[in-house]
Structures are given as structure tokens and as C-alpha cells.
Design a binder for this molecule. Structure first.
Ligand SMILES: [Zn+2]
Length: 128
């Protein structure tokens, strides 16, 4: 029996917004999935609609948090096809604060972001 709920996984990033673009790249690479960026979350799917192993995604998120020394501050919570990264302490990660004074806009679809790196990652979805 096919579990349709796992064809697309949503990762809720609202507590880790500033590292979202790095996280998207890392996780999608680890699980060989295609990311779709939304405002406070990203989605993972596969080209051939294969089922994404949720445990692999959760491990990849934890590995990434570990690599930036934040694993003890965040919980990775899985609920059906949504994985949430929740701040335990209320701490919000702040990075990339130097280059975000100007808004960057995607000239393909109008996507707007504060972060150049976010836009670069976003542009990749148009070239898949
Ligand atoms: Zn775009």
C-alpha cells in the first residue's frame, strides 16, 4: 500500500528562518529530493514521485543543526507529512545579517527575499 502523505514532505522552518536556505540545500542533497521554497517552510518531493524517507530527512536536519552547533536549541518534530523545527529555548538563529539590507527579487516569478543567498537557491528551482 502506498502512503500518499509521504510523497511530499513539508519542513516548517519559521524558527530557523535565517538558516533556511542553507538547510534546504543540505537536506535536499542528503535525501536526493527536489526542494520548493515557501515563505516559512520548504517542501521536498522527488522527480519520480518516490516516497521520501522521513527518518532520513529528520536525520539530515539534525545533522545540519549539529554542524552549526545549534542542535541542543531546537527540536525536530514529525507530524504526518510535516516536519517542524521548533526552538526549545525561544532562541532564534540570526545569521546573514550583514548582506540583507536590500531586497532581492526573482525576475522569473517575483519571489522576494532579504537574502542574496536565498535568491540564488530559489533561482535553482527554475532551472531543474
Ligand atoms: Zn522565481
Amino acid at each position: 500500500m502506498i502512503n500518499l502523505f509521504n510523497l511530499v514532505l513539508t519542513i516548517d522552518c519559521r524558527d530557523v528562518e535565517s538558516i533556511k536556505s542553507e538547510l534546504v540545500v543540505y537536506v535536499s542533497d542528503q535525501v536526493a529530493a527536489i526542494p520548493t521554497l515557501k515563505i516559512h517552510e520548504f517542501m521536498l518531493s522527488t522527480l519520480d514521485d518516490a516516497i521520501i524517507d522521513k527518518n532520513t530527512v529528520i536525520s539530515a536536519i539534525k545533522e545540519f543543526l549539529e554542524s552549526i552547533g545549534e542542535s541542543h536549541n531546537f527540536a525536530v518534530i514529525s507530524n504526518n507529512d510535516v516536519i517542524s523545527i521548533k526552538s526549545i529555548s525561544g532562541k532564534i538563529i540570526e545569521r546573514d545579517s550583514i548582506h540583507n539590507s536590500e531586497l532581492a527579487t526573482c525576475n522569473h516569478c517575483g519571489y522576494i527575499t532579504n537574502y542574496d543567498v536565498d535568491l540564488q537557491n530559489h533561482m535553482k528551482i527554475h532551472y531543474l
